[in-house]
Write a protein that binds this ligand. Structure first.
Ligand SMILES: C[S@@+](CC[C@H](N)C(=O)[O-])C[C@H]1O[C@@H](n2cnc3c(N)ncnc32)[C@H](O)[C@@H]1O
Length: 463
């Protein structure tokens, strides 16, 4: 049961608090202070007065969820869509951009102690809605016992909110979700129960080639029976897949995937290049903005034609292949094997003959790569959100590229990585945020580091 907490003592789980939000933390939660004690409030914007229920309470801070806006912030907007994937839609878009740019600067200053570089203006998104080329939906059971397909309710692992029109997806993407849902209902299939950890239908992944109009649809279930022929008839797309997994988590990765109908790869275009994308492979979820992001990476790489370029965390080879006509040689490394196979095929498809791609874990592959391919002139690094481990940074310093273009989807991991590189002798020159994810707190940016005049430190080779 909830209770109002006295303001002098730290709150406890379930307490209800009245709070005024004064800023936004990295990740998008509002920040409120009670006698110096910090409460992070999901759903709170600076200037809001809210009633919030405490979830987690620690000695130094608590996490809470706004359940009622008592007084809205002056610039709070009405919701366009009830959508858990668009928590910042109530913040004017110009404000979203300002906050993102501030958070990049703040992460670099506070975490990385980095200053003296040029923070270039954030690139706004071309489309503020319906920009995602990939949506991962979850199946669940509605209040009336009906099968639903949508997104997790905020903070709830077991409750799925149905979605009539996902305003982050295109209309055709929505129509495909509806078609799969209708057919699954017709077949009488039930949803995976996340509390009991049993049941059949788990997730639905809809991916769109924005430039080609192609769609790839993947149904993720527990092992079981499905009338695949009826599903093929009901869902018209270029590639229809069925993944059966025994896993207990929410991940759509892993399991056994079979192609039910169509082609095994989605076709997409970026700039002058064509790409084939397997269902397991990463592809930036905002196609239009990915093109601009890669344009910035190309410009920062400042290639003149004689360079050996490493494309680390290369996925299906998008960045490396975009750089290939300006470089002597491109060498890419990626851990997901189907993505590497796509990268190799994509090089052929685009008649690029100076790019090679290898499957490997960057954490282990760097020294061998340098031995085989030689030291890079330029390294483009595009890691997942966790950024680079200290060991990977040391291996990159050992490889000693003159220039590093770091594409980051998380400024709080870019900051310590950039600080380590600066410590080793690189200079952070430029950082440019790009808004790939309007209506959300996610931030993408590209950073340029160059070897300083005294060169880079020789790291401990045995480390
Ligand atoms: C942010 S994506 C970037 C992909 C690609 N550069 C692009 O723009 O499409 C990060 C990639 O790193 C890969 N990856 C994750 N951990 C890795 C590791 N330890 N070694 C190599 N690749 C890894 C992921 O599979 C993913 O394709």
């Amino acid at each position: 049961m909830s209770s109002a907490a006295p303001s002098s003592s730290p709150p406890r789980r379930g307490d209800e608090l009245e709070l005024t939000i004064d800023s936004l933390a990295y990740g998008g939660n509002g920040v409120a202070r009670r006698d110096g004690y910090v409460v992070f409030v999901a759903g709170g914007l600076p200037g809001d007065r809210v009633r919030a229920v405490v979830g987690k309470a620690k000695r130094a801070y608590a996490e809470a969820r706004a359940v009622e806006i008592l007084e809205p912030a002056p610039d709070r907007l009405p919701e366009v869509a009830h959508h858990p994937g668009a928590p910042w839609q109530v913040l004017p878009y110009e404000r979203q951009l300002e906050v993102k740019a501030e958070q990049v600067e703040e992460a670099l200053r506070r975490i990385g102690k980095l200053e003296g570089y040029e923070l270039e203006p954030i690139v706004p998104a071309e489309q503020q809605w319906r920009y995602r080329n990939k949506l991962e939906y979850s199946f669940g059971t509605g209040d009336g016992g009906e099968l639903v397909c949508g997104f997790h309710a905020p903070g709830r692992f077991d409750e799925i909110l149905p979605m009539d029109d996902c305003k982050l997806a295109s209309e055709r993407g929505n129509a495909l979700r509806e078609a799969v849902l209708a057919e699954c209902r017709r077949q009488g299939l039930g949803a995976w129960d996340r509390r009991e950890q049993r049941g059949f239908l788990r997730n639905l992944v809809v991916r769109e080639g924005r430039r080609t109009g192609e769609f790839q649809v993947r149904l993720v279930t527990s092992p079981g029976k499905l009338d695949a022929d009826a599903l093929i008839d009901a869902v018209r797309c270029e590639g229809l897949f069925w993944t059966q997994t025994e896993g207990l988590g929410e991940s759509t990765q892993g399991g056994e995937t079979q192609l039910l109908a169509g082609t095994p790869q989605l076709r997409e275009r970026l700039g002058d290049l064509e790409f084939l994308i397997s269902p397991e492979a990463f592809f930036q979820t905002n196609t239009e903005m990915a093109e601009l992001l890669y344009g910035i990476a190309i410009e920062m790489a400042a290639l003149r034609g004689h360079e050996l370029v490493y494309d680390l965390y290369c996925g299906i080879g998008t960045i490396g292949l975009s750089l290939a006509s300006r470089a002597k040689e491109i060498v890419g490394v990626e851990i997901v094997e189907p993505a590497v196979a796509d990268a190799i095929e994509n090089a052929k498809l685009n008649e690029v003959d100076n790019a090679s791609f290898y499957a490997g874990d960057i954490r282990l592959a760097m020294r061998e790569l340098v031995e085989q391919a030689g030291r890079p002139d330029v390294a483009v690094i595009d890691p997942p959100r966790a950024g680079l481990s200290q060991k990977v940074v040391r291996r990159i310093v050992e490889a000693a590229p003159k220039r590093i273009v770091y594409v980051s989807c998380n400024p709080t991991t870019l900051a310590p990585n950039a600080a380590q590189l600066v410590e080793a002798g690189y200079e952070l020159k430029r950082v440019r945020p790009v808004d790939l994810f309007p209506q959300t707190p996610h931030i993408e940016c590209v950073a340029l580091l160059e070897a300083g005049p005294r060169g880079v430190a020789n790291p401990d080779r045995d480390a």
